[in-house]
Design a protein around this ligand. Structure first.
Ligand code: TXA
Ligand code: MG
Length: 340
């Protein structure tokens, strides 16, 4: 199959919608990361997403809508806390797990009784859903196990020959995937942190819990609330280690490790700390956790392209969006986090 990458405009969005209606899969931008979309109500189309990504069948997909009025046809019930979260943070980088209606094919939810719903804010994503006339099931548009794509070029790297069309809408604003929140109960539970932070959830829902696996690897055979938690994710080819502690101490230990490393090594650091590392090979995450969210996946792909074999990374503070950054970094590093 030939893959075309085209700038997103009214004409190309109409073409992409045509593909979706025909049961094909297309790459498209959202405010978080690029998605790989298909008609959520058509099992054959959704199967093609799993095939294109090489995704395990037990990992469910998020269903994207363009307007709140589409919600009732997809879910059985909207608890009060969920209603408040939608009012506050949709459209935006938040996915809510709700009890699904039987019309949603089992392949979308991996047979689970809930479905993840998201109303994205990106105008291209919303126009595409609207023009397609159906909800769109879409995971991140990377090959399974690779960092999520934050630029159309990343989608092309992973999906060339696997999908007919990729809409290029430029770089994604958030740069990390949406917050996934179980909203079926009275107190929302954050299963995957993202742009909508636990603090933001608590403020409008009157409480929040953060699943323990957000910052911890799974033990052998342990059950999870969200299947995506059990897969190695965001993984660069390099081995990665994260160092946590006072900045000066962290820098000293990273320098020691770097200097002793036999392999092609690199350092991830906040830009204010770059002087600690002298002439060593430093890639800056930006000056704040907020910047790190936007650069992390880009850097992980860049490391692969440059053949880096070891990454020594500073930790960022796991507060606000920093929790999402540390969750993705932790998973990229197999939760190899060293306290110094
Ligand atoms: O920002 C995003 O969420 C992007 C864009 C394209 O919208 N999508 C995305 O999808 O990141 P994906 O498939 O890469 O990640 C979805 C995560 C997975 O970890 C999956 O296991 C979890 O959400 N998930 C989806 N539906 C679920 C459900 N019913 N119950 C538990 N976890 C669910
Ligand atoms: Mg993904």
């Amino acid at each position: 199959m030939e893959t075309q990458m085209v700038k997103a405009d009214a004409q190309s969005i109409a073409r992409a919608a045509e593909y979706i209606r025909m049961g094909e899969v297309v790459g498209f931008p959202t405010e978080t990361v690029y998605g790989l979309g298909a008609n959520a109500l058509c099992p054959q189309a959704v199967h093609k997403i799993f095939a294109a990504k090489g995704r395990p069948a037990d990992n469910p997909l998020i269903v994207h809508i363009s307007d709140l009025s589409e919600l009732d046809a997809l879910v059985l019930d909207v608890p009060e806390a969920a209603r408040r979260l939608m009012e506050a943070y949709w459209p935006g980088p938040m996915t809510l797990l709700l009890p699904r209606r039987p019309c949603i094919p089992a392949v979308v939810t991996a047979g689970l009784p809930t479905v993840g719903i998201r109303l994205p804010s990106h105008p291209v994503a919303r126009a595409l859903i609207e023009k397609s006339g159906c909800p769109i099931a879409a995971p991140s548009a990377n090959r399974s196990g690779r960092p999520s794509p934050t630029r159309a070029q990343h989608v092309l790297e992973d999906m060339e020959g696997r999908v007919p069309l990729i809409l290029d809408g430029g770089a994604c604003e958030v740069g990390l995937e949406s917050s996934v929140i179980d909203a079926t109960g009275e107190v929302p539970v954050v299963l995957r942190p993202g742009g909508i932070t636990p603090e933001m959830v608590s403020r409008v829902a009157g409480g929040v819990r953060v699943d323990e696996h957000v910052m911890k690897p799974l033990r052998e055979g342990e059950a999870v609330r969200s299947p995506g938690m059990k897969y190695r994710h965001y993984a660069p080819r390099a081995q990665m280690e994260i160092f946590q502690g006072a900045p000066g101490d962290v820098a000293r230990v990273i320098c020691e490790r770097y200097d002793a490393a036999p392999q092609h090594a690199a350092i991830f650091a906040l830009s204010g700390h770059a002087p600690f590392y002298g002439m060593r090979r430093v890639f800056t995450l930006g000056s704040l956790a907020q910047d790190a969210a936007g650069t992390l996946f880009d850097l992980l792909r860049e490391m692969d392209a440059q053949g880096v074999e070891r990454i020594y990374s500073e930790a960022v503070e796991a507060e606000g969006i920093g929790l999402a950054v540390m969750n993705r970094m932790g998973r990229a590093a197999g939760f190899h986090i060293v306290e110094v």
